[in-house]
Design a protein around this ligand. Structure first.
Ligand code: CA
Length: 227
């Protein structure tokens, strides 16, 4: 069953949408502010998120930005009429669609189905591009990482680094090459950045699972090898 997260501070509206979605057969969770919504999104896999833009505290655009650091879950923004700037910021920030309040529930349901169709389509085409080594699986388009079937949340930089190592598996990559590829123009001269991020990766993909995935080649760099 598909699970949808509603992040909306108008509790009446959130409850109404929840009821309608449950009636349509979806599982539903809801959060009444951005921070709680973000936490839920981190701890549970959702198939779609309905995200209000005008939220107290952490606004919808910021919540979206943070969700995109670890997930490509489809996001439909709920926007106020006339909030053109928000719509543009939202779509630029990685939203899949938006719907203007007040909306007819049928329209929302149609947008949700469309989002699922698009997502299914990309899921199918991605499958064979997954990079798999042992217990580690990385989906480059969804930017999903799983270890032993558990989702692992990586920042953009951590993800890019792991992706690069996997794409070049069995090749020892030196620090300079990695820096140039992953940090590029952003690189500000801290030569140990690669080691720092390898350490971050290890605390997320190795230590919790008691695995050894990334090998250090002394004096050279790093490599991920086929077992
Ligand atoms: Ca609101």
């Amino acid at each position: 069953m598909r699970r949808i997260l509603i992040i909306e501070d108008e509790e009446k509206l959130a409850r109404f949408v929840e009821l309608e979605l449950r009636y349509e057969g979806y599982e539903v969770d809801k959060a009444f502010n951005g921070r709680d919504g973000l936490e839920l999104a981190k701890t549970r896999p959702f198939d779609l998120i309905l995200l209000d833009i005008m939220l107290p505290g952490l606004n919808g655009i910021e919540v979206l930005r943070r969700i995109r650091q670890f997930s490509q879950v489809p996001v439909i923004l709920l926007t106020a009429r006339d909030a053109v700037v928000d719509k543009v910021a939202g779509l630029d920030g990685g939203a899949d669609d938006y719907i203007t309040k007040p909306f007819a529930i049928e329209e929302l349901l149609a947008r949700i189905r469309t989002a699922f169709r698009k997502n299914n389509y990309s899921n199918q085409s991605v499958e064979k591009n997954n990079l798999i080594i042992g217990d580690l699986q990385l989906d480059p388009l969804k930017r999903d990482v799983q270890v032993k079937g558990n989702p692992v949340y990586l920042t953009k930089r951590e993800f890019d680094l792991l992706h690069y190592l996997l794409e070049n598996k069995n090749i020892v990559l030196d620090r300079e090459t990695i820096l140039e590829k992953i940090w590029g123009y952003d690189f500000s001269g801290e030569t140990n950045a690669v080691d720092v991020y390898i350490r971050y990766l290890r605390t997320k993909i190795e230590e919790p699972f008691d695995l050894k995935i990334i090998q250090t080649i002394r004096g050279v760099g790093y490599v991920i090898k086929d077992e």
